[in-house]
Write a protein that binds this ligand. Sequence first.
Ligand SMILES: Cc1cc2nc3c(=O)[nH]c(=O)nc-3n(C[C@H](O)[C@H](O)[C@H](O)COP(=O)(O)O)c2cc1C
Length: 248
Amino acid sequence: MSALDDPTDANLAPSIADAPTGVSDHLIAAGAFSEGERNAVYRAIETRRDVRDQFRSDPLPEDLVRRLLQAAHSAPSVGFMQPWNFILIRQPETRERVWQAFHQANEEACAMFEGDRRAQYQRLKLEGIRKAPLSICITCDTTRGGPVVLGRTHNPATDVYSTVCAVQNLWLAARAEGVGVGWVSIFHEEAIKTILGIPEHVKIVAWLCVGYVDELYDMPELSVKGWRDRLPLDRLIFEECWQDGEEP
Ligand SMILES: Cc1cc2nc3c(=O)[nH]c(=O)nc-3n(C[C@H](O)[C@H](O)[C@H](O)COP(=O)(O)O)c2cc1C
């Protein structure tokens, strides 16, 4: 076997000596947070809610919005692709047009359910587009970083997964700031792309309604309103391999 065939060959394996100088200077101490810090993280995770109606109308300060976007921009991304953009929409006219697009799609969605379920769906409020003072459209540029992106070579959807990580970071940071976030996905993507002038190769990942909130539900609103309950965690955990059984 030649050296080229053997990936373990000492001549080919990268070593610390090959690393750019100063790399190790970037290793900093890590370890568990203090108890108070840990509690704060878990509190943000557990009390984060999808908000549709509890928004206050007062605008969010620019520095606060910036912190939320910084949190989003700190998300992990495949090959450090950072495929996201954040379109901030405050104009009521634009939000009205987006609401119309939602409304049309929501009528279509409603018709997909039968009987009592349809009546129940009709009673749900599923957006805060006009009520929240700020909307953030988070997009994924599938071409950022060129045609071959480290880590995305065998799963092109990882660019969208990355963008969803940014959404979740923003959502959790917002909870800590007393700001509510509601994710709206009921619309034809093309309709929103036309309104915002988004190019073909860019995908819309999330439309977020954002505003201060004084109150939040203590459990998912869909659960409060009898649509669906949280599944028991223990039924979702498998050891070592997939386990067939009753659908949870
Ligand atoms: C990808 C995604 C899309 C969603 N789209 C909508 C939506 O269009 N309308 C809505 O009211 N909620 C939407 N939600 C919010 C979910 O309904 C909500 O997260 C779920 O019911 C659990 O509630 P919680 O977020 O308050 O814990 C969406 C959430 C996700 C993650």
